[in-house]
Design a protein around this ligand. Structure first.
Ligand SMILES: Cc1cc2nc3c(=O)[nH]c(=O)nc-3n(C[C@H](O)[C@H](O)[C@H](O)COP(=O)(O)O)c2cc1C
Length: 284
């Protein structure tokens, strides 16, 4: 499935690739009100990676329900809505608004957003805050609930266990790694803000290790996400214990990347007589 924020609302790609051949569509982060996002520049390419500081620009939940959900409802592929917020109340507000909306199959909560009430710390960096936001969202939805973790922590397993204890049905490992780049001639940050999130092949070994650690510690599905660009990358995540994978940055270099990955995984399975990914999941 696409990684949130790299596939718009899914609708933008409907004429470019066979959206319905994906496992699911994941929307960009949606907030209670429309967000303008961060100042430009918002993207900077690094060695084997991409720094972004988009800042969750989005149309807000009302417009998503009114303009996007009716299209999602006509698709056979499930649509997972990624939810973000500055405050706990905002997460709850968005998830409550999505209740009963046709075309919304599941919720993915992005806990890598700053918690304004607690001084701008990310919700996902403390087990207590991660538990609290998951519990409050869990209380207002019966939809499958995926919590997308931040890799910018000392012990991601502790955060995973906290969100599962609060009712998460699955965890996504993970969001971007915090990073920056500097223009030495102009003596300025390359991005419009001092830091952004690093994605792409540069982060794959780090996230793969995190997936392995989390998958061995939890009993819910783990969605692997970080630097996957080829079928072999995806298979590495499955062998590390992931149930499913998401592809983000690779779509920016090739809009068909996910389709190629799915085809390549099928070729691998045929070649090695693997009938079900369960046969190789966590096989290490
Ligand atoms: C341009 C861009 C925008 C993103 N927006 C979001 C977002 O809105 N919500 C979210 O949870 N993750 C967001 N992410 C993080 C990705 O979903 C993904 O976790 C990360 O990029 C790692 O995967 P990749 O290496 O395959 O890109 C964004 C990433 C990029 C590059």
């Amino acid at each position: 499935m696409p990684a949130s924020g790299t596939f718009g609302y899914g609708t933008e790609y409907a004429d470019v690739i066979a959206v319905e051949s994906l496992g699911a569509v994941v929307t960009k982060g949606i907030t209670a009100c429309p967000w303008e996002g961060n100042p430009q520049p918002r993207l900077w390419e690094t060695g084997c990676g991409l720094l972004n500081s988009i800042g969750l620009e989005n149309i807000g939940v009302e417009a998503a329900v009114k303009d996007k959900a009716p299209v999602w409802a006509t698709w056979k592929v499930p649509v997972i809505v990624n939810v973000a917020g500055h405050t706990l109340g905002e997460y709850v507000q968005v998830v409550e608004r999505l209740k009963g909306v046709a075309g919304v199959a599941a919720i993915e909560v992005n806990i890598s957003c700053p918690n304004v009430l607690q001084g701008g710390l990310e919700f996902g960096t403390s087990p207590e805050m991660a538990h609290q936001v998951t519990g409050e969202v869990r209380a207002v939805t019966d939809l499958p609930l995926i919590v997308k973790l931040s890799p910018n922590v000392t012990d991601i397993v502790a955060i995973a266990l906290a969100v599962i204890a609060a009712g998460a049905d699955a965890v996504c490992v993970s969001n971007t790694l915090r990073g920056t780049a500097i223009d030495t001639e102009r003596r300025r940050f390359r991005l419009g803000r001092p830091a952004g999130g690093l994605s792409g092949p540069a982060i794959k070994p780090v996230i793969l290790h995190m997936v392995h650690c989390v998958a061995h510690a939890v009993d819910v599905p783990v969605v692997g996400c970080g630097g996957i660009a080829t079928a072999d990358d995806a298979l590495e995540f499955i062998m590390a214990g992931a149930t499913a994978v998401q592809v983000g940055t690779a779509t920016f270099t090739d809009a068909r990347a996910m389709i190629e990955i799915i085809d390549g995984m099928e070729r691998f399975m045929r070649h090695h007589a693997v009938k079900d990914l369960a046969e190789i999941r966590g096989v290490l």
